[in-house]
Design a protein around this ligand. Structure first.
Ligand code: C2E
Ligand code: MG
Ligand code: MG
Ligand code: MG
Length: 290
């Protein structure tokens, strides 16, 4: 018995060490410092209405430059933040920065929307709707201009708490979007139960739209499903014009991808808006009178 108990203790200790490797702890320390110093930045990737060829908004994507290792992939530092309890702070900073930038666009006459990604833990945070309401009030931005992107995996923790958070966000007038659609589980049940306004077809299907017959069927069916449920459908990961044209033919509503623009730093985004051939929401008068 003693021997067995000892072995168990060692196993538990090993697990701790694995989770707390020096490299991981060091990266976590740097992320914590960067959050405290508010050093994370946000890049914006344009979203274009495929019917009117108008820029209607942008997705906000978190960016973190490590003092030594340089740019760290969001997939990595978001996961680290989620596992270490830093995600609330991170989400709040990205939200604040995004809504501040959004109010600047509105002040410049561009009636754009911004879409911010939420993580699994954010949906368990019952204080989030109130903080978002305060943020919108502080920057005098209407809730309908804010979209929150959630993934199916975030909905896997389908607790009453998650549902409650989403419903209170919906009551604020914020739009909810289902990101990476088609890569998770049981999507159809969520679509029926939750107040979602938008579906984002995952980029893995969009990438091979013109090459893979099965991916083409999935994209087409997702667009039809979304429309039949009264949702807007966004295609992400559009890398070239032939794919964009095909999506337009399939009746997809909104397009996003490197083929339109990569995610841009806020200053670059302003320059892009001023020089793009697309119309810009709210700014049609300038192109009419130019
Ligand atoms: P996502 O929300 O699905 O965002 C789309 C990702 O695809 C972004 O990667 C974007 O840069 C990339 N992308 C856009 N167009 C193209 C294209 O045409 N081709 C290809 N190959 N990629 C394209 P990024 O910025 O590396 O972000 C990765 C993921 O990290 C995001 O996926 C999102 O799940 C997460 N993420 C990013 N920022 C945040 C954040 O502020 N909060 C949370 N919770 N997650 C975030
Ligand atoms: Mg997203
Ligand atoms: Mg996505
Ligand atoms: Mg993704």
């Amino acid at each position: 018995f003693t021997a067995k108990r000892e072995r168990t203790a060692v196993e538990i200790y090993r697990e701790e060490i694995d989770r707390r490797t020096p490299a991981r702890l060091s990266l976590l320390g740097s992320l914590r410092k960067s959050l405290e110093a508010e050093e994370l930045t946000v890049h914006f990737q344009p979203k274009v209405d495929l019917v009117t060829s108008t820029v209607i908004g942008a997705e906000a994507l978190a960016r973190w430059q490590h003092p030594v290792h340089g740019w760290v992939s969001p997939a990595d530092f978001i996961q680290l933040a989620e596992e270490s309890g830093l995600i609330k702070q991170l989400t709040d900073q990205i939200l604040t920065s995004s809504v501040r930038t959004l109010s600047g666009w509105h002040a410049a006459g561009h009636l754009l929307s911004v879409a911010v990604n939420l993580s699994t833990h954010d949906l368990l945070d019952e204080g989030l709707p109130k903080r978002i309401a305060n943020l919108l009030e502080r920057y005098e931005v209407e809730a309908r201009f804010l979209t929150l992107e959630i993934t199916e995996s975030a909905l896997l923790a389908d607790t009453p708490r998650t549902k409650g958070t989403i419903e209170r966000l919906d009551q604020l007038g914020v739009r909810m979007s289902l990101d990476d659609f088609g890569t998770g589980y049981s999507s159809l049940g969520y679509l029926r139960r939750l107040p979602v306004a938008e579906l984002k077809v995952d980029q893995s299907f969009v990438k091979n739209l013109l090459l893979d017959e099965q991916d083409a069927v999935i994209v087409k069916s997702t667009i039809d499903l979304g429309h039949n449920l009264g949702l807007q459908v966004v295609a992400e990961g559009i890398e070239n014009m032939p794919i964009l044209t095909r999506l337009q033919e399939l009746g997809c509503d909104i397009a996003q991808g490197y083929g339109i623009s990569r995610p841009l730093a806020p200053e670059q985004f302003g320059t892009w808006l001023a020089t793009t051939d697309y119309a810009v929401a709210g700014s049609s008068s300038s192109s009419l009178w130019a």
